[in-house]
Design a protein around this ligand. Structure first.
Ligand code: GLA
Length: 730
């Protein structure tokens, strides 16, 4: 029975049917999308279609009906008739620069009830070099991952100059690219632009913190700007924490070639005979129901397949960084933990400043690399703090930045050969620190050891914030041979992943946050090792509305750490109402980042209410489907979104006012509810009993709520409202 089911799925999801003249159709399907390629032995593999799901019959008709239309190779190497950006450029063993890939074979298999793998093998027309394209289709989530392996079967070394993970051609009247840009404190700002003839590139050459200033995620909307609930959109990202490049070439046929992969910048890879190289995965998805559906597909896929512990809930954390910076002692921490417990927090995270031997870490200039507890600050050690937190009902987490070293450290003095450097040139510092060379297995062992020692010495640690506060410049490795220096960018990231794999196999339950000066490591490559990301060092709530709007376009809300910080805000000096700051944090993974000892009694009470409310709505916010209602980018002066649980039993709505509204009032039509269901509305985190929603306490049908909506009194800047809607039996 099981085998028959698998066979049926195989026929449904991946059909490789033969046509006349040896021409084959290769079709890769998910529930709502299809890719169609055409292949014939010894001929280039042609891209035919990517869009809404096609029947087998219609996929077959592509060849007869569109046979004379212009089409591009699915994976064009430099050579043949190519005149766009190639997907692959290499130098053969005999020095030839030309590669002509032709179809050799295609195999597909059902991995389980949700995943199908298809491998297409291409080979050079003349030389013994093969390229394998591997597609993994996630049926229910409408997501496909693609990677590419090049195998050198030639007589001498082959130099891979550039290799894409995915390459697609689209055909439409116009193309709009949404991409993400920004720096530290201003991550993931959205920009949408019409693509005009030529090449638009988004990339990173930083090696580390590669999602400052661009992110590899993109959305291409065809025939008009991307809409929330309708229209065709194509989304993609490179699952990689190193240098990336995505390019969008609008050619003279008005076709768009999307190329997504490793950044070829200074990154040649030499393959000896018999060696192969596999790219990171590109993750792509299509929706004809706008970017809202695309987001929900990426979120569902990421929670199940790409995020560590995506099936758990995240705790409400209190982090001491903005509250104390490096200046604390054991007594301070105990007092902070007392307050955190009073507020209702579930996790205390001790940030930077707890370590250092001869060079104690009392500011950014010293101590990185020397991961011994600073006994002057914490005479009882970390386990004593962990034990105290546990006694108060809190878990304990700790900050580390193990890839880095201050020149003022014992590590830098003992292991100068471990530092990324370009020969004898001066090693530039950034934030007073250097970076360790993760290409070197000894450095990998050291970093694993830092983590391992920490967890063995303080078993009460159940959460680690892993930071990385600089990027690479003056690249160079004393470990890599002189003629292999260009491997650095790939080997660094692979070295990092190797350490993470060792950590994850020894400590499968530990929670890890990816921080890199805020959101500098927000990518699907790092996600499997992490439970969440530190979205931004900018905790100012108004900026956070924009930063979080961009971040959870692709990345799941449960992974998006959002902390309530003090007023005035450390980054901007703005003093926003505490309720507003709480509500913005509650729309992500809520936490707190301030010194709670400095709060007035009413402020503690306000945080207690917010944390209690968050615990009520957390299952929906963290595991529900996201529907965006009003974008802060639309300049209406409002922003709003709602989350709906998978069963549509519960919904949580957030509405924020970002400007003064003199006469206009906000009415929001909800999304994603069951039209036949009835929902009771209860405002959460109300301040002094005041309600901002006209329908508070009412029970209304899903149909009514989605067609007529509800009104809000959110006229002043920085007013906000959180609603819980619960389905009622009628
Ligand atoms: C970075 C992080 C912050 C904090 C500091 C500590 O800036 O993004 O959250 O951990 O380092 O030095």
């Amino acid at each position: 029975m099981k085998r028959a089911f698998a066979l049926l799925l195989l026929l449904l999801f991946v059909a490789t049917s033969s046509k006349g003249g040896g021409l084959q159709i290769v079709k890769i399907d998910t529930d709502h999308q299809s890719f169609v390629f055409s292949a014939a032995s010894g001929k280039p593999l042609m891209f035919r279609y990517w869009g809404a799901r096609l029947s087998e019959e219609d996929a077959g008709a592509i060849l007869s009906a569109c046979g004379r239309e212009k089409s591009w190779e699915l994976y064009p190497a430099y050579g043949g008739a190519l005149y766009t950006n190639p997907a692959l450029t290499l130098v053969h063993a005999d020095g030839q620069l030309t590669t002509e890939l032709v179809f050799s074979s295609c195999h597909s298999r059902q991995l389980d009830e949700n995943r199908t793998e298809t491998i297409i093998v291409l080979q050079d027309k003349v030389l013994p070099l093969t390229v394998e394209l591997r597609f993994t289709a996630f049926r229910q989530q409408d997501i496909v991952m693609q990677s590419v392996t090049v195998r050198n079967r030639e007589q001498g070394p082959v130099i891979v100059r550039q290799i894409a993970s995915a390459f697609f051609s689209l055909k439409a009247m116009s193309y709009y690219l949404t991409h993400f840009h920004g720096s530290s404190n201003a991550e993931m700002w959205l920009k949408e632009e019409l693509l005009t003839p030529g090449i638009k590139t988004i990339d990173s050459k930083k090696g580390v913190r590669t999602t400052h200033n661009e992110n590899s995620c993109f959305i291409v909307s065809v025939n008009g700007p991307a809409k929330e609930d309708d229209g065709e959109v194509y989304g993609g990202a490179l699952a990689w924490s190193g240098n990336f490049e995505s390019s969008f070439q609008l050619d003279d046929f008005n076709m768009l070639q999307i190329r997504c992969g490793l950044n070829p910048f200074c990154s040649e890879i030499r393959l000896l005979p018999g060696e192969s190289f596999t790219t990171p995965e590109a993750v792509v998805g299509y929706s004809d129901r706008g970017k809202g559906q695309l987001t929900r597909n990426f979120h569902r896929w990421a929670r199940r397949y790409a995020l560590a512990h995506g099936d758990r809930y995240r705790s409400v954390a209190l982090n001491n960084w903005e509250g104390t910076h490096w200046n604390f002692n054991e007594k301070d921490l105990r007092e902070i933990i007392d307050k955190a417990a009073e507020i209702g927090c579930e996790l205390f995270i001790l940030d930077d400043g707890w370590f250092g031997g001869k060079y104690p870490r009392n500011d950014a200039t010293a101590g990185l690399g020397d991961w011994q507890v600073n006994a002057a600050k914490l005479p009882g050690g970390l386990q004593s703090i962990a034990g105290y937190a546990a006694a108060k009902g809190l878990r304990f987490g700790i900050w580390i930045e193990p890839e880095m070293v201050n020149p003022h450290s014992e590590l830098a003095q003992e292991h100068s050969e471990w530092i990324v450097r370009s020969g004898e040139r001066e090693i530039p510092t950034l934030r007073h620190q250097w970076i360790l060379d993760l290409c070197n297995p000894d450095v990998q062992d050291f970093i694993f050891g830092v983590f391992d020692d920490l967890l063995s010495s303080a078993p009460g640690i159940s959460y680690v914030k892993w930071d990385a506060n600089r990027h690479v410049n003056n690249v160079g490795s004393t470990y890599l041979p002189a003629d292999e220096q260009s491997r650095f960018w790939v080997d660094y990231t692979r070295g990092l992943y190797n350490v993470y794999e060792r950590i994850r196999s020894k400590y499968p339950d530990i929670e890890i946050q990816a921080c890199a000066s805020g959101g500098g490591r927000v990518d699907f490559g790092s996600l499997p090792f992490h439970d969440e990301i530190w979205t931004s060092d900018n905790t100012n709530a108004i900026d956070r509305i924009f930063i979080q709007w961009g971040t959870n376009l692709f990345f799941p809300t449960m992974a998006m750490a959002a902390h309530v910080s003090a007023a005035p805000n450390r980054q901007t000096g703005m003093s926003l109402p505490l309720k507003f700051r709480c509500d913005v944090a509650m729309s992500g993974r809520m936490g707190i980042e301030l010194d709670p000892r400095k709060l007035a009694r009413e402020e503690i009470a306000c945080l207690q209410d917010a944390v209690a409310a968050y615990k009520t709505i957390r299952p929906v916010v963290q595991h529900g489907d996201l529907y965006r209602l009003v974008s802060p980018y639309d300049e209406s002066g409002w922003a709003a979104l709602n989350y709906v649980s998978e069963t549509k039993e519960r919904c949580v709505l957030f509405a924020f006012s970002t400007a003064l509204h003199t006469r206009t009032r906000l009415t929001l039509r909800l999304k994603g509810l069951d039209p036949a269901g009835y929902y009771k509305i209860t405002e959460q985190n109300r301040q002094k009993g005041k309600t901002g929603c006209h329908a508070e306490g009412q029970t209304l049908s899903g149909d009514y709520l989605m067609k007529c909506g509800v009104g809000f009194d959110l006229a002043k800047p920085f007013e906000s409202c959180v609603l819980l809607l619960e389905r009622q039996d009628r």
